[in-house]
Design a protein around this ligand. Structure first.
Ligand SMILES: Cc1cc2nc3c(=O)[nH]c(=O)nc-3n(C[C@H](O)[C@H](O)[C@H](O)COP(=O)(O)OP(=O)(O)OC[C@H]3O[C@@H](n4cnc5c(N)ncnc54)[C@H](O)[C@@H]3O)c2cc1C
Length: 461
């Protein structure tokens, strides 16, 4: 195999000084809240066009040179880690919104565009790109595609996969596969874009994407309710969905400990409801008529109250009150109080959740009596986030906690990653959620598309 220095020497004239940076400190590359990348790389490749990227991969493929794609570096599973001899690849210079088509309700963007820029551009046209997550200012569309990102409004609009109509990707050998179709319906053989969505940069580099836009809602109603037990929580989801007539857009649940954490000092969020309860829910509906939707929202919550499904409720009356309830839900940074912490993102059937969390707590506390476990999440999507505060921050402690979290998931057939992906972090646990034949098929796809294993090697499996 050629040395990385000679591959760089071959790439340099093709990319020019802006397209290839040497001596880049990966750890200080800008990322969410001052975080940086992880690892080191002899060069950062920054193509300005699909053609330049194709040249890069053709050269790297010829020499068996590994490349690690990096978007906004907000991923949470260590999927962008470089080793000293891998080249880092960023599409930060491919950051243009190329087209917005209000008739077909599509937007064509380059993969390096930040999610928030897409949301804002859509809104300026009276449209909406519904994918939303806390890292929206830094996360890129390419990263969102490669992780099949989820977020806050999946219950209504689906995950990234459901909001991509077409895409262009460059394969490991430099071949450009352009599948930039704008149609919702297109059953012409295999749906090739799905190969790349959620593949964490291991099957191809996503360069351009046709996004599906929706009509911008004209009303938003947000309520916050207290629920007396888990059975009533699942009842509430079913009944509120029916009562809101298809406008339910978020159903975010917090277990009591998380609610206390984000509403007590040093957190500055105020408690929307004072009643002590085991579960709290943020309910949001997006619709078309503020007055009529507000009346329906209030009537729905009254109905739940009268049926004894909820025991307290607050309804936001202004945009600032709506924002404050969402800000409380999103104030995950409060977990740092219990450092060292370990964050998990799992999914399982709704009717398994109560027993799952109870078993996790019991096993954590048996080993670490002072363990904390903050549970919250997109319950409407079967997705829980657990943030544990135990141990001494060592790799051994992390592994012991993982054994509890994933061990309790295994008999329930849950997923070790609901929306964050596998990366390096969850690689040892993939078999909890995927069978041998499934993993073998993944390997066969990898072998077919990237036989020399140059794209993000070592990630996922
Ligand atoms: C505060 C916060 C909140 C978050 N909330 C959510 C949430 O609610 N839901 C959720 O799903 N995630 C969430 N995340 C995780 C993260 O934001 C998403 O995974 C996001 O999609 C990653 O985008 P990125 O551009 O930062 O990608 P990166 O982190 O840079 O990369 C992620 C993966 O994508 C690959 N990749 C990047 N660009 C490309 C490309 N052009 N072609 C091929 N592969 C590529 C990388 O190799 C890597 O495997 C959150 C993160 C933070 C910090």
């Amino acid at each position: 195999m050629t040395s990385v220095a000679s591959v760089i020497a071959e790439l340099e004239p093709a990319l020019g000084p802006k397209g290839l940076l040497k001596d880049v400190d990966i750890a200080t590359r800008p990322a969410w809240m001052g975080n940086g990348g992880e690892g080191s790389a002899p060069a950062l490749l920054r193509p300005a066009t699909t053609e330049e990227l194709s040249t890069i991969l053709r050269i790297c493929h010829a020499h068996g040179q590994a490349v690690v794609p990096q978007g906004g570096l907000t991923g949470l599973v260590r999927a962008t880690v470089t080793s000293g001899s891998t080249l880092a690849l960023s599409l930060e210079r491919m950051n243009r919104i190329e087209d917005i088509d209000p008739v077909n309700r599509t937007m064509t963007v380059q993969a390096g565009v930040p999610l928030q820029a897409v949301q804002e551009q859509a809104e300026a046209e009276g449209l909406m790109f519904p994918l939303d997550l806390g890292a929206r200012g830094s996360a890129t569309i390419g990263g969102n595609v490669a992780t099949n990102a989820g977020g806050n409004r999946v219950i209504r609009y689906g995950m990234m996969r459901d909001n991509v109509l077409g895409l262009e990707a460059v394969l490991a050998d430099g071949t450009v596969v352009s599948s930039l179709h704008p149609m919702i319906k297109n059953n012409t053989g295999y749906d090739l874009k799905q190969l790349f969505i959620g593949s964490e940069g291991t099957l191809g580099i996503v360069t351009r994407v046709v996004l599906r836009l929706r009509q911008l809602p004209r009303s938003q109603n947000v309520g916050f309710v207290a629920v007396p037990d888990f059975n009533r929580l699942t009842d509430l989801l079913r009944r509120i969905d029916a009562a809101l007539g298809g406008t339910l857009s978020a159903f975010e649940v917090m277990w009591r400990d998380y609610y206390e954490l984000v509403t007590t000092a040093p957190a500055t969020n105020r408690k929307p409801v004072a009643t002590d309860a085991p579960y709290y829910v943020l309910i949001e509906s997006l619709g078309s008529d503020q007055a009529a939707d507000e009346a329906r929202f209030e009537a729905a919550l009254s109905e739940m109250f009268e049926a004894g499904i909820i025991v307290d409720a607050a309804i936001a009356k202004s945009q600032s009150e709506r924002d404050a309830i969402w800000a409380m839900r999103d104030d995950v940074g409060q977990n740092a109080r219990h450092a060292p912490i370990q964050a998990f993102d799992v999914s399982l059937k709704l009717d398994d959740m109560e027993a799952y969390v109870a078993e996790v707590n019991e096993r954590l506390q048996a080993r670490w009596p002072k363990a904390t476990n903050m549970v919250f999440g997109h319950l409407g999507d079967g997705n829980l986030h657990l943030i544990t505060g135990v141990g001494d921050g060592s790799a051994e402690a992390r592994h012991a906690v993982e054994e509890v979290i994933y061990g309790c998931l295994r008999p329930r057939g849950g997923s070790v990653s609901a929306e964050h992906g596998i990366g390096l972090e969850k690689k040892p646990w993939l078999s909890v959620s995927r069978s041998e034949p499934e993993i073998a098929l993944m390997r066969a796809l990898k072998q077919a598309l990237d036989p020399k294993d140059i794209l993000n090697p070592g990630k996922v499996f």
